[in-house]
Design a binder for this molecule. Sequence first.
Ligand SMILES: *Cc1c(COP(=O)(O)O)cnc(C)c1O
Length: 357
Amino acid sequence: MHKRLFIPGPVDVAPDVLEKMGTQMIGHRSKAASVLQRSISDKMRKLMFTENEILLSTTSGSGLMEGAIRCCTRKRAAVFSVGAFGDRWYKMAKANGVPADKFSSELGQPTTPEMVEEALATGKYDLVTITHNETSTAIMNPVEEIAEVLKKYPDVIFCLDTVSSLGGTKIDVDKLGVDVCITSTQKCLGLPPGLAICSLSQKALDAARQVENRGLYLDLVEIYDYIQKKDYQYPSTPSLSHMFALDYQLDKILEEGLENRFARHAEMARYVRDWANKHFEMLAEEKYASNTLTTIKNTKEISVKDLNKELDKRGYEISNGYGDLKDVTFRIAHMADTTLDEVKALLVTIEEILNLK
Ligand SMILES: *Cc1c(COP(=O)(O)O)cnc(C)c1O
């Protein structure tokens, strides 16, 4: 039996979308490949609210995170971390010899505009990374306020990790002034893992051209120049299977309507939060609570492992806490094509298993 996944990636993929993964291959240097890749880019621009170029990478989201920090940091990167994924970005900088400093918030707290202002006022940094939606704590950072600070520093490249939020909540890339907005397929977009997507501003591109050692496979300039020269084809053989499915899924997303899709996510989030507040506690403060997943404090000291065992028998799976938050929290994802009714059914099942009143 298939278990309905309520984990924050990979998510369940709709059968018709999954079927597109099985499309027969086309030559990656064919006209058809150009058409497909251009079509994806045009639709992604709508979803990201941007006019910037879209780059695809046959890696998971981490690939473009590594590419962005390595390619676009000329001087020094300021990495703002609210948990596991900000920490990962810092590790990537270090592993690539990119000078970087990490600014961590307390667990469950957001990156504040004040923190960003204080760091940038030193004049030491020319690139900032922000985790939009931290998937360990389920914090959604106040990105509009952070963006206002960044607008005062026009030479600083703004990289935003939207891996667990893009497609589930509005990220107005151009209005926010995001230079590199990164996501991947297996979370809010509702596809199998294996493809990463980013938008790239002219400013980020110009910055990257000044960086000498950008690597090759994840070199954003190499990818950018290639798709300009070769009509949206990629330097190496991309995962065409993902591209068939992504192009199709983007049609479905646009058909649902972006505002409807974001509203559906907000509604599911509100429902799970109310439930969490009734039976447990939220890790995040209400104002920073994510619209795509919820991290719940395990105030009843239940065994998350046993709960998942029982859920398994009933065809569901949720997530334990991440890293240090294992067992002291658990997580319920409400993203991609999940519906409110499915969320309700899951929560009722948990109530039955735990005998919650
Ligand atoms: C899942 C996730 C990542 C890593 O993405 P991959 O596609 O697994 O490489 C990075 N950042 C956030 C916020 C995530 O949720």
